[in-house]
Design a protein around this ligand. Structure first.
Ligand SMILES: [Zn+2]
Ligand SMILES: [Zn+2]
Length: 365
């Protein structure tokens, strides 16, 4: 008999998660039900857990869903081009389809349904409640965006569409990275490593990654995944090293994906080549950036781009790369956690579990 309820992790307050049994939604002509196979976790999960995101609790977290279509309305099946049994990657954001950015084709900036309207962020009080992927099943809204992905891949790899999609958007699409470009990635976390993979796929000539001394393992992994050089910012002079490694020119593309530290934002202008493109994607808790010398951007005609969301095009590039098996992505995957260990999953990601260090991890219901 078909199940009528789904296990789900519900966040009721900052740092409080509980396992509940929620009713499965009715699926109409335009919506669908996803059986969740895996949900990737990232820094946003840790921020949400800590209570620093502007969301209304209680809610079911989980914004990087991978799963199989369990039920789908006829009209949704036609519009989305998927059917029962198809495996899909689901985009976090659920756009409105009508606002000026949606009409302009930049739906990743849509706030038409409110700030942070997306899978993993919508309150439980809003029917049908199962909006997040820390659950056995998740509701798919008429405006949810899904991408078909091959079945014959482990779920823990297929679910990397999310960080890899960010890599393609932030390190390739936005800075228009071309073959021969010298790309510098500031920060070796999952987004930094994804940027390395994407820049390599785009034909970048030299890829350099920076990190702290304690990131030695991640920097070694960056080299395995395609970086030519890595720099330990605590023991090396980054400005000097970047100059040496780029024939004195500087980096054509700088991707800033370090967490919390504001200094790399100011430093990025020193590392960029004349005409260089700097993409800012690491969030800093809304801190100001000290020692930001804007004249460097002026005299070098540097383009500075902020990056927040990911586009369907970048997700598709990520999915094709995952399916190709060309990159040893499994090396990035460190942890699978059962649903009942969601709290430990987040704490591990946040570095709060002694002796554990994670790069890419996911919750597997
Ligand atoms: Zn995420
Ligand atoms: Zn919109």
């Amino acid at each position: 008999m078909a199940p009528r309820t789904s296990r789900a992790i519900v966040q009721t307050a900052p740092r409080r998660l509980e396992l509940r049994e929620l009713p499965l939604p009715d699926i109409d002509d335009e919506s669908a039900l996803l059986r969740v196979e895996a949900c990737g976790i990232c820094g946003s999960d840790a921020e949400q857990y800590a209570g620093v995101l502007p969301v209304t609790l209680p809610l079911v977290p989980g914004h990087e869903p991978l799963g199989v279509i369990e039920r789908i309305g006829d009209r949704a099946a036609r519009r989305w081009g998927v059917d029962v049994g198809d495996r899909v990657a689901v985009e976090a954001l659920i756009p409105c389809g009508h606002c000026h950015v949606c009409r302009d084709g930049r739906y990743q900036l849509c706030r038409g349904r409110g700030m942070m309207f997306g899978h993993g962020y919508v309150p439980l009080a809003r029917a049908p409640g199962l909006w997040g992927a820390y659950a056995d099943y998740m509701y798919l809204d008429p405006f949810s965006i899904v991408h078909r992905i091959q079945h014959d891949l482990p779920a823990s790899l297929a679910v990397m569409f999310n960080p890899l999609g960010a890599g393609f958007r932030w390190a390739v699409e936005l800075p228009e990275t071309r073959p021969g470009d010298r790309v510098l990635v500031l920060g070796p976390g999952q987004r930094g490593l994804a940027s390395v993979i994407a820049a390599r796929a785009a034909g970048a000539d030299t890829i350099i990654v920076t990190g702290l001394a304690r990131d030695a393992r991640k920097l070694a992994l960056a080299r395995e995944l395609g970086a030519d050089h890595t720099i330990d910012v605590e023991h090396e002079d980054v400005r000097v090293r970047v100059r040496e490694l780029t024939d004195g020119r500087g980096a054509d593309v700088v991707v800033e994906v370090s967490a919390n530290a504001a200094e790399p934002v100011a430093e990025a202008l020193h590392y960029a080549a004349p005409g260089g493109r700097v993409v800012l994607a690491g969030v800093k808790g809304f801190k100001a950036v000290p020692d930001f010398v804007s004249d460097l951007a002026v005299v070098k005609e540097i383009t500075i781009r902020g990056a927040f969301g990911v586009t369907a095009r970048a997700y598709e590039a990520a999915i094709r790369l995952i399916e190709s098996g060309r990159v040893p992505l499994a090396r990035m995957h460190t942890h699978d956690f059962p649903l009942t260990d969601a709290e430990r999953a987040i704490r591990t990601l946040a570095g709060e579990e002694p002796g554990e260090s994670s790069i890419h991890s996911c919750v597997v219901p």
